[in-house]
Design a protein around this ligand. Structure first.
Ligand code: ZN
Length: 132
């Protein structure tokens, strides 16, 4: 169970529960019938970009903020997950995300980036640029 994030997530972007959020967006851009089913494949991997938890769409070039609350799920507003009939995709959020955030939070927001680096690598980056 995730305890919430100190960085920016989809909740911060929209302030709704995920279902409300996606339903709201689909009303404004209806194309396919959104079913709130979560597919386990393909897995979408969360990363941090400028202090925001995002994930890259496996079907197009879109990226979206990640919904952190359970179920953590991904919906691309560019292609609307059409390749999987509009189903949501499960997001792989690293189990040590709170430790990642602790290291990133002492950086300026534009430098809060993570894409799979180890904790020691992140700490080394901080030390290298004098952010301790
Ligand atoms: Zn997409």
């Amino acid at each position: 169970m995730l305890l919430g994030s100190q960085l920016i997530t989809a909740r911060d972007g929209w302030g709704h529960r995920f279902v409300d959020f996606t339903a709201f967006r689909m009303r404004s851009r209806p194309l396919i019938g959104l079913e709130f089913l979560i597919d386990d494949t393909p897995i979408v991997y969360a990363r941090v970009n400028h202090g925001r938890w995002i994930a890259d769409c496996p079907f197009c070039t879109g990226s979206e903020m990640v919904w952190f609350e359970e179920p953590s799920a991904f919906f691309c507003f560019s292609c609307r997950n059409k390749a999987v009939d509009g189903h949501l995709l499960r997001v792989d959020i690293p189990k040590n995300y709170m430790k990642i955030e602790d290291i990133l939070l002492i950086r300026h927001p534009v430098n809060r980036n993570w894409q799979g680096e180890t904790l020691s690598a992140l700490k080394s980056e901080n030390t290298k640029v004098g952010v301790i």
